[in-house]
Design a binder for this molecule. Structure first.
Ligand code: DQA
Length: 145
């Protein structure tokens, strides 16, 4: 049974309300439930441990805890911190497991401010533009690879 940690950064708790034309109509909880449901339906033996915080230091601490626990992979959407956080980049470098950095949107097709990718420097895989299917596809990639 694979154990996967999923960390979500700032403002992702506001999905559903937050710019639905950009991020879609579903809340993070709805995306979580639909991801879990699809995984069950596909008979994939894995447990997903979800975490969300708006606070950079809390995300750093959660990554540190992940590094000390027994996880097979980390899926992380650092949200706006993807573009700014050396602290999260450094924490990610503690991990010895695959890191899949995901984005709901295709950030490369968006504003200039989103073109700097700091945390992605520590990632094994980066994915974007899959909207509500983001976490499901990231889990499938993790299991396949
Ligand atoms: C995001 C993209 C980031 O640029 C943005 O700040 C987010 C969400 C995404 O999932 O597309 O909060 O990470």
């Amino acid at each position: 049974m694979k154990k996967i940690k999923i960390i979500n950064g700032p403002n992702l708790n506001m999905l559903g309300n937050r710019e639905p034309e950009v991020y879609g109509a579903l809340t993070l909880d709805e995306i979580k439930k639909s991801t879990e449901k699809q995984i069950l339906k596909k008979n994939i033996a894995c447990t997903l441990d979800w975490y969300q915080s708006n606070i950079e230091g809390e995300i750093v601490t959660e990554i540190q805890k992940t590094s000390l626990a027994k996880y097979d992979a980390l899926i992380i959407n650092p949200a706006a911190y993807s573009h700014t956080s050396i602290a999260i980049l450094d924490a990610l470098r503690l991990l010895k497991i695959p890191i899949i950095e995901v984005h709901l949107t295709n950030i490369h097709g968006r504003e200039e401010i989103r073109q700097t990718m700091l945390t992605a420097k520590a990632a094994s895989i980066i994915m974007g533009g899959l909207g509500k299917n983001t976490y499901l596809v990231a889990v499938l990639a993790t299991i396949e690879l």
